[in-house]
Design a protein around this ligand. Structure first.
Ligand code: HEC
Ligand code: HEC
Length: 365
């Protein structure tokens, strides 16, 4: 929180108060005098910079021009992320599947939503999803805002509707006040709900891991010798960096592209992945490269959650993936030794960093 320093009555504070009074004098005539009992806008720390400075190893968070990040919007989004009352049966929220305690995933092969129905795919983490160029395993949503509409309306996730959102949230006075603080008027609608949730998601960043402190922070002792050897395998013999990128100043651990590793090509019906969106046969069986940050917290792995451990994932890559006509040309048998496999796993263990603590909030009554 940045505020002019100094004890009450000192110069800094006086200037600050004068500035506040001046700002109010300009604002009051413009908006009309409507005294509110609590103002959720004024709970925000003064002059706070949003988006915040990204943690070590991450780039600046991209924020769309039509949904600027403000503290009241982050706060509203945080509440809505945990809010079950607007779901079809009043029992499902984003946090039901993307649980903060489970690396913002759910530690299961699939998600369980409305009426106990299972999702068809493994729940990806929302950590660092703010950086994704597209959302979902097949990239069918272009932004976090567009993505959030999916589960809200999906019959086996939250099974809600705009009408339901207006009826449930619109009836709660504190929500109307919070929508006003975030958007300038108390109107509740689907568009605003997804904008607020997406804004909250832009705060869920994991960086400053042991790997980041070693690679970008100049701390030679941050990474164990075993993990350093694992990074060598990751870069060279394992060819993992080809798709899980490590750049000069930051490491997204994804290329935001789609690849066929053969996962789902060994099933009936075939899992078409990206092909279902682009209708191009060359995209058959391709899925989006997920980030590897916080990977120790988000088992099971792959879009169908088939692997429970990182050791199983490494064995899968070692044998060159699952053979099929559209297998990515970068998938080849690696012939890793037992020690190299262990080093690789130790390296992935060093990608778990700081994450903001998110507790279940007390929701408006
Ligand atoms: C019933 C479980 C469930 C609920 C509830 C749910 N999700 Fe998801 N979420 C999933 C699954 C499963 C996927 C992957 C689906 C796919 O790719 O086809 C997913 C994908 C995502 C992604 C894409 C991540 C990526 O890397 O591509 C984001 C972001 C996300 N969800 C956020 C949310 C938000 C925000 C909410 C609440 C509005 C929510 N989810 C509610 C299960 C759920
Ligand atoms: C050709 C691109 C490519 C290469 C090379 C590659 N990956 Fe992946 N990785 C992917 C894609 C795509 C997925 C998701 C596949 C799916 O679910 O169908 C994935 C998934 C993973 C997952 C599971 C993540 C999760 O959240 O479920 C791990 C762990 C992983 N890769 C580690 C590695 C390691 C270690 C290497 C090197 C031995 C490697 N990858 C090489 C593209 C690649």
């Amino acid at each position: 929180m940045i505020r002019p320093a100094g004890p009450p009555g000192s110069k800094g504070n006086t200037v600050f108060h004068l500035a506040r009074i001046a700002a109010l004098c300009i604002l009051i005539p413009a908006i009309g005098w409507t005294p509110a009992p609590v103002s959720y806008a004024q709970n925000a720390p003064a002059q706070e910079e949003l988006p915040p400075e990204p943690p070590l190893g991450l780039d600046d968070v991209p924020v769309p021009d039509d949904n600027p990040m403000t503290r009241p919007k982050v706060e509203l989004g945080r509440l809505l992320y945990f809010e079950k009352r607007f779901s079809g049966d009043g029992k499902v929220s984003c946090a039901t599947c993307h649980m903060p305690r489970r690396g913002f995933s759910n530690a299961r092969q699939y998600g369980t939503g409305f009426g106990g129905r299972l999702t068809l795919r493994n729940v990806p983490t929302v950590i660092n999803a703010a950086y994704n160029e597209s959302q979902f395993w097949d990239g069918r949503a272009a932004s976090l805002e567009e993505q959030a509409r999916g589960p809200i309306l999906h019959p086996s996730e939250m099974a809600s509707s705009e009408e339901r959102i207006i009826r449930t949230l619109g009836a709660i006075p504190e929500y109307r006040e919070r929508f006003e603080a975030a958007f300038g008027s108390p109107r509740v609608n689907l568009e605003r709900v997804v904008q607020a949730i997406a804004t909250f998601e832009r705060t869920l960043l994991s960086g400053n891991s042991p790997f980041d402190r070693w690679k970008y922070g100049g701390d030679q002792s941050a990474l164990s010798p075993r993990a350093i050897r694992g990074f060598e395998v990751f870069r060279t013999k394992g060819n993992c960096v080809k798709c899980h990128l490590v750049d000069e100043f930051s490491a997204p651990f994804t290329d935001d592209k789609f690849h066929n590793l053969g996962i789902g090509m060994d099933k009936k019906p075939l899992q078409l992945g990206r092909e279902a969106i682009t209708k191009k046969i060359k995209d058959r069986g391709k899925f989006k490269t997920p980030t590897l940050r916080h990977i120790t917290h988000t088992a099971p792995y792959m879009h169908d959650g088939r692997f429970n451990t990182l050791a199983e994932v490494v064995d899968f890559y070692d044998k060159g993936g699952e053979q099929n006509p559209n297998l990515d040309p970068d998938m080849k048998p690696l012939k890793l030794t037992k020690a190299e496999k262990e080093d690789l796993i130790a390296f992935m263990g060093a990608l778990t960093g700081d994450l903001p603590e998110v507790k279940t909030p007390e929701l408006p009554k």
